[in-house]
Design a binder for this molecule. Structure first.
Ligand code: UFG
Length: 329
């Protein structure tokens, strides 16, 4: 029996596949390579280049392989783009979930682990954010992920499917060896953008607002190492294999770091001065987003190994330094 990883050529997907293969799982990847990279596809996995919205492509995969469970990362994930082009997000993210679940029900595959996001909460009322907090997404990306969770819940009630939804806070870092990492054609995330300065690819980093109600005026985020996210997927898989019920879990380290603190940590890690400029606030950015991951720790026995922000930046730096052009060398 194999694990089907949808979006296994993407950032978090490729790191999770790495861990699955290391522990001896059989892995099948489907990825349309719209944002994923063929170079990030693990050679030990069976790879299908295809789109999960294509029912015939899924039918072929489910027919040719004995799929035990699905780990689903395949989605568009740019907050800003989702605001200007919401239909792209509803078509790809929500549409993809629908065809995927249709295939799973048809082939009797009853376990799915889903890549969700803190963006489902919107502007949180209470920090740290628990899974019972209100969900009021402030952008179509977060809305699409929330709808995908709801679709899974209804299908689980009707068809007996079990799901685990993992709501990541700020994913960052890379595989320690520097062979897998973050490579987005349009980079919007803070840590890779900061590291472009010491790489000589960018003159400075713009801090999006320093007038937030936080200790140094810049936004607080909960950065979580991509390898700790990967391990949470493995624990979720084992949890469902052991008969666990459908659940939602937050994944973060429970500590907020400000934009200025991240820049200071990046200066320490790279040994280089990083030039900054203060810019306007970015629309839709909450002042702070910090997770309570107590539920994942208690039920999944998740224990993040790389909670230091220096370690997260060190691994990201190792990847970017060795691959300044990402996977396209
Ligand atoms: N930031 C800057 N300058 C930059 C880029 C980012 O100051 O050039 C700031 C942002 O304003 C924010 C922090 O750095 O305060 C982190 O920004 P990211 O874009 O790296 O991450 P976000 O917190 O915006 O996004 C993350 C996930 C999304 C998810 C979102 C939920 O990456 O997938 O949290 O709000 F949708």
């Amino acid at each position: 029996m194999a694990i089907l990883v949808c979006g296994g050529a993407g950032y978090i997907g490729s790191h999770t596949v790495h861990v699955l293969i290391e522990r001896g799982e059989k892995v099948v990847i489907v990825d349309n390579l719209q944002t994923g990279h063929v170079e990030a596809v693990n050679p030990a996995a069976i790879f299908y280049r295809g789109d999960i919205r294509n029912a015939a492509a899924l039918e072929k995969i489910f027919t040719e392989n004995q799929i035990e469970a699905v780990i689903h990362f395949a989605a568009n994930s740019l907050v800003g783009e989702s605001v200007t082009n919401p239909l792209k997000y509803f078509n790809n993210n929500v549409g993809g979930m629908q065809t995927l679940l249709e295939a799973m029900v048809k082939f009797g595959v009853d376990k799915i682990i889903f890549s969700s996001t803190a963006a489902v909460y919107g502007e949180p009322e209470k920090i740290p954010v628990t899974e019972t907090a209100a969900t009021n997404p402030t952008n179509p990306y977060g809305e699409s992920k929330l709808i995908m969770e709801k679709i899974m819940r209804w299908v689980s009630r009707a068809n007996g499917l079990k799901f685990v939804s993992l709501r990541y806070f700020n994913a960052a870092g890379a595989l320690e060896t520097g062979t897998l990492g973050e490579d987005h054609a349009t980079e919007t995330h803070l840590i890779p953008l900061i590291l472009q300065v010491p790489l000589g690819r960018r003159d400075h980093i713009t801090i999006f607002g320093d007038d937030y109600p936080t200790p140094d005026g810049t936004c607080l985020r909960d950065y979580v190492h991509v390898m700790d996210l990967a391990s949470a997927h493995i624990l979720a898989l084992d949890y469902l294999r052991n008969g666990g019920s459908s659940e939602i879990f937050n994944l973060g380290n429970g500590r907020g770091f400000s934009v200025k603190e991240i820049i200071a940590a990046a200066e320490k890690v790279t040994g280089k001065k990083i030039k900054t400029e203060i810019g306007a606030r970015r629309a839709g950015d909450p002042a702070q987003l910090i997770a309570s991951s107590d539920k994942a720790k208690k039920i999944l026995h998740w224990a993040p190994k790389f909670s230091s922000v220096e370690k997260i930046i060190e691994d990201a730096w190792n990847w970017h330094k060795n691959n300044p052009d990402g996977y396209k060398k």
